[in-house]
Design a protein around this ligand. Structure first.
Ligand code: UN1
Length: 479
């Protein structure tokens, strides 16, 4: 059984305590994929010291040179994509094509930020005094803490770490403890590409032991977090208290709205993709389907029919559409919500069962006749469960879609441009899809949600530059 190490100051080292934790295959829960450090705050402190020591040299290196390193890392990830994807599938449970897609997405993200090296990093303004040159320049924050989830174990770390690095920050990264092997691959690619010692430090371990210490440390000038609302809110408070910058990407209860004039086949296909890919474990997953009354029967029928045909099983098998939940905890949460749905009086149309007990499998599940105020319709489940809610028309569909504490992503299915654009104007979500699934994110455009889905922050694209830099304004009198 291979034992892996933290990456601190350019060296692979174990936790000071020597403690390890197993990485478990969710498809065959008896199989351990490796042992990873169960780090303590002392290990985190080593990483912070390394990040502080590496900062002056890294931030003064030319941004073009930093970009070249990211290009090399992207090439390494591309070359290693098959092996990385296999490990990602083994430890997270998403299917191999999805894991490969995510791995190549991470490479695309690195290339995008490498290219940002040749974009503007400041602006020139007119000054009242004609002999004054008035301009801004962007500088790094310093050390940033990156806390990443297990559901996109390479793409999300890439979209946080790449912009941190390109703009001259040094990084201490705490990946989710159930997907350490994928984190190892990303860190290795960056290390092999020439990221200098101390610039990227990877510390494995549990959030309960390391999270508070990282977000409360005065040396850490920014925190980027994707994960649950409970943890996110505490991070926000801790950062605000000491004046550190933070960005939080949290939950969703994403609605797809299907109007009576929609292409029904397309709406069903996109609902399946949005709800069932990655076993529903995306913050952008489709979790509610709000369907215009006149087609609710036909839609639900077609959706359930497709769900019954989806192959659930070993995510390495090319016939499989949907793998297991990522952990026992996750499986338990999903089965609990299915029970809650039943007790709340929603009608289970298909699924709702544990399909086998070698791994954490649950069948694709559809509920109908769901009370829009029930827990099933309002709380994030993070699993292959959709709640179908009827609506009288666009007006009520909008009301129902917006009647949520979350506002991450949404989709509307209609052929009527006027209705689609009214939906775009009135829906309270950060990401809107017209006639496509609720999930998905291009690297060069803002990503994030409204209301409790994020901290009013956006990631990726130019939004990443906004977060990972601070602006200096310079009045230069040349008289
Ligand atoms: C996607 O929909 O492809 O944790 C990306 C998540 C989101 C990323 C979704 N932050 O699921």
């Amino acid at each position: 059984m291979e034992a892996y190490n933290n990456l601190i100051n350019g060296r692979w080292v174990g936790a000071r305590s020597g403690q390890l934790r197993p990485d478990i295959n969710p498809s065959r829960s008896a199989e351990v994929l490796g042992q990873f450090p169960d780090s303590d705050p002392a290990d985190l402190n080593d990483a912070l010291e390394a990040a502080a020591a590496a900062l002056p040299k890294w931030r003064s290196l030319s941004i073009i040179a930093r970009g070249d390193i990211l290009y090399r890392a992207a090439d390494l990830i591309t070359a290693r994509a098959d092996a990385i994807a296999r490990d990602l599938t083994l430890e997270e449970g998403k299917t191999l094509p999805e894991a490969k897609g995510e791995t190549l997405r991470a490479a695309a993200i690195l290339r995008y930020y490498a290219g940002e090296a040749r974009q503007e990093i400041g602006e020139v303004y007119a000054a009242t005094d004609p002999t004054t040159m008035l301009y801004t320049k962007r500088e790094p924050l310093g050390i940033v803490g990156v806390i990443t989830p297990w559901n996109f174990p390479i793409a999300i770390p890439a979209w946080k770490i790449a912009p941190a690095l390109i703009y001259g920050n040094t990084v201490v990264w705490k990946p989710a403890d159930i997907t350490p092997l994928t984190a190892f691959h990303l860190a290795t690619a960056l290390h092999d590409a020439g990221v200098p010692a101390g610039v990227l430090n990877l510390v494995y371990g549990r959030g309960s032991k390391l999270g508070n210490v990282l977000v409360e440390d005065s040396r850490v000038r920014g925190i980027s977090f994707t994960g649950s609302n409970g943890v996110g809110r505490r991070i926000g408070v801790a950062c605000a208290t000491r004046g550190a910058k933070y960005q939080l990407e949290m939950g969703g209860k994403n609605a797809a709205v299907v109007l009576a004039d929609a292409d029904l086949e397309l709406a069903v296909e996109m609902t399946i993709r949005g709800a069932m890919r990655s076993t529903g474990q995306k913050c952008t997953a489709t979790s509610r389907v709000i369907v215009e009354q006149s087609i609710v029967g036909a839609f639900t029928e077609a959706l359930a029919e497709r769900c019954r045909k989806l192959v659930v099983g070993d995510p390495l098998d090319s016939a499989t559409y949907m793998g297991p939940l990522a952990s026992l905890d996750q499986q338990k949460t999903v089965l609990d919500y299915i029970e809650i749905g039943r007790q709340e009086g929603a009608r289970l149309v298909t699924g709702g069962t544990q399909t086998d007990n070698t791994g954490f499998f649950v069948s694709p599940t559809v509920f109908t006749a769901v009370d829009p105020h029930s827990r099933l319709a309002t709380e994030e489940i993070f699993g292959p469960v959709v709640a179908v809610v009827p609506a009288t028309g666009l007006e009520q569909a909008l009301q129902l879609a917006n009647d949520s504490s979350f506002g991450l992503s949404t989709a509307v299915f209609t052929k009527d441009l006027t209705k689609a654009l009214r939906f775009v104007d009135e829906v309270e979500c950060g990401i809107i899809h017209v006639n496509s699934e609720t999930a998905g994110a291009e690297p060069h455009v803002p990503f994030g949600g409204m209301k409790e889905s994020s901290s009013s922050s956006r990631e990726q694209g130019k939004s990443a530059r906004e977060f990972y830099t601070q602006v200096k304004t310079i009045y230069l009198d040349r008289s």
